[in-house]
Structure formats: C-alpha cells, structure tokens
Design a protein around this ligand. Structure first.
Ligand code: SAH
Ligand code: SF4
Ligand code: F3S
Length: 474
C-alpha cells in the first residue's frame, strides 16, 4: 500500500513558512499498546550521527510499545534498517543487508522488516524496493518517525509493502521518547535539515529544510543529561553555524554554545560546522570556555577555488585558510579535522594538486576522504564527468598518504604528555585494555581497571601511532 512516495523535486522546495514545533505529548494508539510485550526488535544504523540519534528515538518508541532490543536479528519480531544515502557504497551496503535478511523473513513470516532513514527518501530506491525486494514490509522516511506505531500496525495487518515517505520541509518534534544506550556521551540535536545545497550532496533532499529547536528545549535536555551523569554532549546539526537563523529570536549558535558551556557539563563538542558562516562570535565562545573541547571538524571538500565554486561551498581557499588560522590562534593547541572529496566531475590533476597543497598547509589532525559519488537528483549528478574511477581512486590513495602523514605528525604533539581521557569501555580488540578519547578527540588505549569506565582520567602517552595513542594511567 503506497501512502506517500518520495519526490525529490518536492523535497528540494524551500518556503518561508514557519516551522511547526510539536510539543503535545506522544502516545501509542490503543491497538498497539503493549504489542511488543515479550518480543524483540533489532535495528541496524548506517550513516552519520543524525541517524544514530534518530535510532535512539525509534528505540524509545518501540520500547514504549513493550519491545526490547536484541543483538541477534534472528530473535527479532521487528527488524529495521536506518539507512544512509550519502554515497553509492553506503547504499550498496544496505542492499547487501536487505538481501541477507530475506531468509529470516522466509522462516518467520510474522517478522516485520522495515527500511527507514535517508535512502527511503529517494524515489529510485523505493521503486527498486517495490520491484525487487518483496520481503520488505515497511518503508518510512526521516520526517515521520513519529508515525511508527501506526505504520507497524498497518504492516502487521496487510501482506503488501507499506510505503509512507514524506517529502516536505519538516517539523520539529519535541515530544518523542528516546532511549540512549550510551550513559557517558550523548548526542543532542540542535537543528535538523540543511539549506546549503552543496551541488554533490543529497542531504538537503533527504532531511528537509534547516529548522532549529528552541534554545530553552535544548538547554532543558542538556540539563537533564547532566543530572543523569553524562560527561560529554555533542550538539548536532548538518551545519550548526546556521542555528537560530529560522527562529524569530536573537539566538544564534554562539549564544547557544555559551549557554550550554555555562551548564558546566565536563565536555562539549559540536558537529558539523560549515566554514561558510563560522562567525567571530563563535570563535570567541570556543576560546573562552575550557569545557568546549579543543577539537573542530571543519570540512573543506577541496583546495581549489573553481571546484569549491561549482560545489556551491561559498568560500574560497584563501577564506578557509584565514578561518583555519583564526581558530588555531584563538584556542591554544586546538585540533582541526576535515572532509575532502576527490574526483568531483572534471577535477583536473592541477585542481587535485591544489587539494594536496591545502592539506600540506593545514596539516589536519584527521581527514575523512571520499571519492565523489554521483547522487541522483543533485545538480552535480547532471555534469558530464571526464575523470575515470581508476583515476579518482588513485587520487584518493595519494591524498590518504599525505593525510596519514599529518595525522601521525599531529599525534606526536602528545608524546610523553599527560592527557585527560574520557573512558568509554574496554577496547574493541582486547578486553583487558581500556579505550577512550582525549579532549582533542584522540583515541587512547591503556591498561586500567574497569571501574574507570565513564570517568575522565589522566593518562601519560607512551607511544604514538597514526590512528591511536598508547598510554599509561598515572
Ligand atoms: N553537513 C556536513 C556533511 C555531512 S556529509 C558538512 O557539510 O560538513 C559528510 C561528508 O560526506 C561531506 O562533508 C562530504 O565530504 C561527503 N560527501 C557528501 N556527499 C558526497 C558525495 N556525493 N560523494 C562523496 N562524498 C560526499
Ligand atoms: Fe551536504 Fe553541504 Fe548540507 Fe553538508 S552543508 S549536509 S555537505 S549540502
Ligand atoms: Fe547519510 Fe542521511 Fe546522515 S544521507 S550522512 S544518514 S543525513
């Protein structure tokens, strides 16, 4: 049953209409109350923190219905894939998983298998699902997570695939339940959507228009996280610098960040800040408060002005460097990381060399590097591209070599130094080793007692690697 099909043209539209902030209390329809009693759900989350945070909302809704989470998909009565559409390889991973779940559905017909998140917002993906993947019961998008109980009910009552994906500017829901697994670090949405329309990017279509939560709601959430013992919060938005622009108030990201810093939560981070409107006030607040971590993610995408222009990034290489230098000068010893795309349509060897030169100039603490992937519906996808995939992959390797060199170099700043590590838990590789992150977002592994988990401890760095540091508790 098709209730609403995604429509990228509609998703692109932006009006000046006020954003609807929904605060009425959320309830589960009577038919679905306790439906999950004694049953399990299993969610796989792909993509960025926005999706991770959405999964926490989905978890909250399912648990309100009585379901419990499980790690083994075979035990679940509800399986959901919360998907990412940012690059083709992200999508291929999801299609692989969809295929892998088919046998579970065959052996357990009452299982509800749903796909949600950013891929669900794409017309082509949903058409492919309807054509080829009949074992999917439910497709819903990023704008109607709140309808999950009703959609589940409909999926249980019919044998058809239910599709309900809204391509609208979006609302702000303040009333949805949340279940956070992590008790040490929390993500806090400060705004949704994106209006930047970088020409390669699908996010403005899958997530709707930029819309901010009210500062008071954000502050209340952070206060309650602090009371619950959280040590670190990350303020989330596709471009946090745009915070408040859609509100009829004086609030902006600098004022919000300051208000949050004053709540004295030990560690504050934010993701992501676009170089475009990174204001002087923001830099001043970041410099002023010690609990705003000395780590900034500042995606540059390319080191060439012509490419930046076609990408619609709205800054030049010179402006980026100026901002980079200002942040470095304002906050002592700050770490800066970035995102870079290689092989944007028709990128020349010289233009790529400009990106390498920028990496040499900035000597980033970390860089997430990607081969450009055409996203249907975006302006860049319509450009003719004369760069072969092989050439793009070669460029990525050359870039990564340089990026890794500087990562190691930046890590060397901490050799023999004492750093504060917020301990996450045992390391993934070795049960007896603890791991956590420094203020500068460096991963540190060290021997230590499990009672240190959740605490900020002083560790001496004894060995420096490219991806992590080795330490000893002092
Ligand atoms: N809002 C964030 C980016 C979120 S997407 C920002 O602007 O900083 C994370 C990264 O994925 C982007 O910074 C970009 O480097 C990369 N990316 C986005 N679209 C892409 C595409 N079509 N192909 C390759 N990489 C892409
Ligand atoms: Fe995509 Fe650009 Fe928005 Fe980031 S700022 S989500 S790259 S459109
Ligand atoms: Fe992916 Fe959607 Fe995030 S496309 S990167 S999950 S906003």
């Amino acid at each position: 049953m098709i209730k609403n099909m995604p429509d990228l043209k509609k998703a692109q539209r932006r009006t000046k209409n006020d954003v609807n902030i929904i605060k009425d209390s959320f309830f589960i329809p009577p038919m679905m109350q306790n439906i999950g009693q004694g049953k399990y759900y299993h969610i796989v989350t792909y993509g960025c923190q926005a999706n991770e945070r959405d999964t926490e909302t989905i978890n909250g809704i399912l648990e309100m219905m009585g379901y419990q989470s499980c790690t083994d998909a075979a035990e679940a009565s509800v399986i959901l894939l919360n998907t990412c559409a940012i690059r083709d390889n992200a999508e291929q991973k999801v299609f692989g998983k969809i295929g892998a779940i088919k046998h579970l559905k065959q052996s357990k017909p009452e299982l509800i298998f749903g796909v949600c998140g950013c891929m669900a917002q794409e017309e082509d993906t949903v058409n492919e699902i309807l054509k080829k993947y009949h074992h999917i019961d439910l497709v819903f998008g990023t704008h109607n997570i709140n309808d999950l109980p009703t959609l589940l009910q409909e999926a249980m009552q019919t044998k058809e695939t239910i599709v309900d994906v809204l391509s609208q500017e979006g609302e702000v829901f303040e009333n949805l339940p949340t279940r956070r697994d992590n008790k040490i670090k929390a993500w806090v949405n400060i705004m949704y959507g994106c209006d930047k329309f970088c020409t390669y990017c699908i996010v403005p279509y899958t997530r709707g228009k930029e819309r901010s939560r009210l500062a008071v709601d954000i502050i209340d959430e952070v206060k309650s996280l602090k009371a619950a013992g959280y040590q670190e919060i990350t303020l989330l938005g596709q471009n946090v610098n745009a915070y408040g622009k859609d509100l009829n108030s004086e609030d902006n990201f600098a004022s919000l960040l300051e208000a949050v810093a004053l709540l004295e939560i030990p560690r504050i981070r934010f993701m992501t800040s676009h170089p475009w409107d990174f204001s002087a006030e923001m830099i001043a607040v970041i410099a002023k408060y010690d609990n705003i971590m000395p780590f900034i993610h500042l995606p540059v995408q390319s080191g060439n002005n012509d490419i930046l222009k076609i990408m619609n990034r709205q800054y030049t290489v010179e402006e980026y460097k100026e901002l980079f230098d200002k942040i470095k000068a304002a906050k002592s010893n700050v770490s800066i990381s970035t995102d870079i795309i290689v092989g944007f349509p028709n990128e020349t060897k010289e233009q790529f060399a400009d990106t390498l030169a920028l990496v040499e100039y900035c000597q980033f603490d970390n860089a997430f590097t990607f081969v450009y992937s055409a996203r249907k519906g975006t302006p860049a996808a319509k450009m003719v591209d004369n760069v072969s995939l092989k050439e793009k992959q070669d460029r990525l390797q050359i870039l990564n070599k340089s990026v890794n060199k500087y990562m190691h170099l930046q890590n060397e700043r901490f050799e023999n130094k004492i750093v504060e590590v917020l301990v996450d838990g045992p390391s993934k590789k070795d049960e007896n080793i603890l791991s956590g992150y420094t203020a500068h977002n460096k991963l540190v592994n060290f021997k230590g007692d499990k009672t240190l988990i959740g605490k900020i401890v002083k560790v001496k760095i004894v060995e420096v690697k490219t991806w992590s540091l080795q330490g000893e508790v002092i």
